[in-house]
Design a binder for this molecule. Structure first.
Ligand code: PHB
Length: 390
């Protein structure tokens, strides 16, 4: 080798080492924006606990980079979510934005993710269209079309011929209503009415009275996590079950965060969803035990699992990039990930960046004195049926 080439090689090697060391010192920051107070506070509490559990179990260094979690409370107001995301990107130089308790919050951040080329990992929000709002969005929660279609197939096979739908009046509720109704009508069922309640301070009473007057075979409900117990309480107080109206729902209603406090009136309620704390697998048993141990016995719900899996997706992506990160490289490394989640097998669809997963039919039963969503049937590897055809 010529002397000059030797010197050049030595300089290059030295720069590489220095660069590597600088990179190793540079923290990898995850900005976790969640509703920690207000109506959706249970979602924030569950996801933060799950993210911290993931880090406790898997370490806080990935491919030489120290991971830093920065948690911000957006009180589930989308303007606040947007402001916090902006601050996190500009001032804190976060490498990933994550969390997002409700659809309007996830959508508010999409333009920031696109402009700053920052991955936006959606761990909670579940309107189908969210992943189409930015090529930097990857979702680890679920979609309402995914779980609602399963219920519309189950109901008519189980003596339910007419259904009134009752949903919260925003993205995920409208998805639940549309996909349940279209499929149920296709299956020969009747939908005499479709009711919508406001997201903020909902009063279910007048809507339930209307359902009583119509007297369908069943009422199909979607409300966001945290509002399920109120629906259940009013459904029972108004004697809807005694009037012969069955309650069917997405699993957001019999939410594991609240289910055990709903009382025996919840027994027998059938729902469709992607996660139950009672899911029978070694991975889930381990997850539930560790989560409860770290959180004074709190039972993890589907939001916790979305957060836990979101952290896994971020960790794996950082590993795949050899610790280099970079928004585009991270998103590329998130696409196509396949792993076993506490909910069962999960796949991040490389085309849509959305989660493909099993959907389970479950019935509320008592086990060792506690109420659980006990799974009795499964539809495997369900893609989001809500994606518009390109
Ligand atoms: C949403 O706003 O997308 C959302 C929130 C809570 C849920 C489901 C969907 O349980």
């Amino acid at each position: 080798m010529h002397q000059r080439t030797v010197i050049q090689a030595a300089i290059a090697a030295a720069l590489l080492v220095a660069g590597g060391a600088a990179l190793a010192q540079e923290r990898f920051r995850i900005g976790l924006i969640l509703p920690m107070t207000g109506q959706q506070a249970t979602t924030g509490r569950q996801i933060e606990a799950a993210a911290r559990l993931w880090m406790a179990q898997n370490g806080d260094t990935v491919a030489g980079r120290k991971i830093e979690l920065i948690v911000k409370d957006d009180t589930s107001l989308p303007d606040m979510t947007r402001r916090l995301a902006q601050e996190l990107v500009v001032n804190e130089k976060v490498n990933v934005l994550a969390g997002f308790g409700i659809t309007p919050s996830a959508l508010a951040v999409a333009p920031i993710a696109t402009q700053s080329k920052t991955p936006e990992v959606v761990m909670a929000a579940a309107t189908s269209s969210i992943t189409e709002a930015s090529p930097y969005i990857v979702r680890t929660s679920f979609t309402l079309p995914q779980v609602s279609v399963a219920m519309a197939d189950w109901a008519p096979k189980n003596g339910i011929k007419s259904v009134v739908t009752l949903v919260t009046d925003y993205g995920p509720g409208l998805d639940a209503e549309k996909f349940f109704k279209d499929r149920f009508l296709f299956n020969g069922g009747k939908v005499p009415d479709s009711l919508r309640v406001p997201l903020r301070n909902p009063d279910f009473a007048p809507f339930l009275q209307k359902v009583r007057d119509i007297k369908p075979d069943a009422l199909f409900v979607f409300v966001p996590s945290g509002a399920g117990a109120a629906v259940m309480k009013q459904f029972l107080e108004r004697g809807m079950d005694k009037a012969g109206i069955r309650l069917i729902a997405t699993g957001d209603v019999t939410d594991d965060d609240q289910l055990n406090d709903m009382g025996d009136g919840a027994l027998g309620v059938v729902t469709s969803h992607h996660y139950s704390a009672d899911h029978q697998s070694a991975a889930n048993k381990k997850f539930v035990e560790a989560f409860q141990k770290a959180n004074k016995g709190l039972r993890p719900n589907f939001m916790a699992v979305g957060g836990y899996d979101g952290m896994r997706v971020i960790y794996e992506a950082l590993k795949k990039t050899g610790g280099k990160g970079g928004g585009e490289a991270l998103v590329a490394a998130m696409k196509g990930q396949v792993f076993e989640s506490p909910r069962g097998p999960v796949f991040i669809d490389a085309q849509t960046r959305d989660v493909v997963q099993n959907v389970y039919l479950r019935k509320v039963e008592k086990k060792n004195g506690q109420l659980f969503n006990v799974e009795f049937d499964v539809i495997k590897d369900v893609k989001d049926p809500g994606k518009t055809k390109k």
